[in-house]
Design a protein around this ligand. Structure first.
Ligand code: SF4
Length: 67
């Protein structure tokens, strides 16, 4: 299974929940909005973690689509 991670940086409110929770794939850039450190995911642990963050992101900025 593969999946594509995207972050809508125009919607991201900062705060860094994703970067704190899963720094392997997320960090806050200097402008205070999150960036993805990888977008094409094939690790099931990564995909599961991102699925959780899709549900938890307070501004619904994170999207995961099947690859
Ligand atoms: S959890 Fe959502 S709103 Fe918060 S920094 Fe990450 S993408 Fe932005």
């Amino acid at each position: 299974m593969t999946a594509k991670l995207t972050i809508d940086r125009t919607v991201c409110g900062g705060g860094g929940l994703c970067a704190i929770t899963y720094p392997k794939l997320f960090r806050l850039a200097d402008d205070g909005h999150a960036v993805a450190l990888a977008t094409e995911l094939d690790d099931t642990d990564d995909i599961a973690a991102v699925e959780d963050l899709v549900a938890c992101c307070p501004t619904e900025a994170i999207t995961l689509t099947s690859g």
